[in-house]
Design a protein around this ligand. Structure first.
Ligand code: SF4
Length: 336
């Protein structure tokens, strides 16, 4: 049994209009997404801003109520739990947010912020044990235990993200949804936080759902990567496989945008035309067809299923796996 199993999850938001707030349409932020995360595994979720990855992460831990589908955590469907039932399960799944400053209460000391989580779940029998637990958590994330009496504004962005990680760890979760945890940080600090997350994972046998728009970061930390486009998963594979041999034209374009260290590299940038279409009125057929450099007539009418093209490598493209649809052959319409 997987630690987390998401089945056919949908999150649709109503768009209301007029005097009587009639529902005119729905924003299909997440549309029929299925995934699994095993114990001790990191699954990376990558895609452009607005593709639905953050909404998916929030729906998985019930910060948002899904429209349809199931989220099985250790086999239990948490979409059906009442708020009070959910409260007792919540310590098993936590979230680390993108904005380390905005997610910390500026009026509380670091000790109070971390202690609040410990108190809610009664994880310290007395004040001495509570203090000791807070000190150990701060040390675990590379901070001085004396920082417990200070306030969030006294820390740098990287330190604040470490505090956010300590707060998440305080309740001994099994899964942490990391929502763009390094995208607001300097590049040098990003590497420190990624390494910290990997060390903590080994030590605490944690699982991560790691959401980011930067494929290079996701590849480094993830065992498996899923690529999202317009609310759908379009490709999923082990991280090295997806980065070396992407099958979906959208993934190929994303990878072509990752800066390369090798100055002799012959890789060409694939520039996609236009913007991501509106999820209120998504394109017919393959949602990627208006921007796809190799689209065919049937792509406008037939929705491609997410198929297992090679063992463990899934793609939602009519041409994936056919000769002529590989990364090398996919021409950029405006290849630079
Ligand atoms: Fe492109 Fe067609 Fe494949 Fe969609 S199904 S990614 S439009 S080739």
């Amino acid at each position: 049994m997987s630690l987390l199993e998401v089945k056919n999850l949908k999150v649709h938001f109503p768009v209301k209009h007029g005097l009587f707030s009639r529902v005119k349409a729905h924003v299909k932020a997440v549309d029929d997404v299925s995934l699994t995360v095993e114990s001790g595994e990191t699954v990376g979720l990558v895609g452009e801003s607005g593709c639905g990855k953050t909404t998916l992460g929030r729906a998985i831990i019930r910060l948002l109520d899904p429209t349809a589908g199931q989220v099985l955590f250790n086999g239990e469907d948490i979409t059906r739990l009442t708020q009070s039932e959910l409260r007792s399960r919540r310590r098993q799944f936590q979230m680390i947010f993108q904005d380390p400053y905005g997610s910390l209460n500026p009026r509380m000391t670091i000790g109070q912020i971390i202690g609040e989580a410990i108190d809610i779940h009664n994880l310290a029998p007395n004040p001495t044990a509570r203090r000791e637990r807070i000190s150990n958590l701060l040390k675990d994330v590379g901070l001085d235990a004396r920082y417990a009496d200070r306030y969030p504004h006294e820390f740098s962005g990287g330190q604040r993200q470490r505090i956010g990680i300590a707060r998440a760890l305080a309740v001994e979760p099994k899964l942490i949804v990391c929502d763009e945890p390094v995208s607001a940080l300097d590049v040098s600090v990003q590497a420190q936080i990624i390494n910290l997350l990997m060390d903590i994972q080994r030590e605490h046998k944690l699982s991560y759902l790691f959401i980011a728009h930067d494929l290079a970061v996701v590849e480094h930390i993830s065992h498996r990567v899923m690529v999202m486009y317009l609310g759908h998963v379009v490709e999923s594979a082990p991280s090295k496989t997806i980065c070396r041999n992407p099958l979906h034209p959208y993934t190929q374009a994303l990878i072509s945008a990752v800066p390369e260290v090798d100055p002799d590299s012959k890789r060409k940038r694939i520039l996609l035309p236009g913007d991501v279409p509106s999820p209120i009125n998504p394109p017919s057929g393959c949602p990627f067809h208006p921007r796809c450099p190799i689209a065919e007539a049937r792509c406008k009418t037939e929705v491609p299923a997410l198929r297992e093209i090679k063992p463990g490598h899934w793609a939602a493209c009519h041409l994936a796996g056919e000769s002529g649809a590989s990364g090398a052959k996919a021409p950029g319409p405006a290849g630079a």
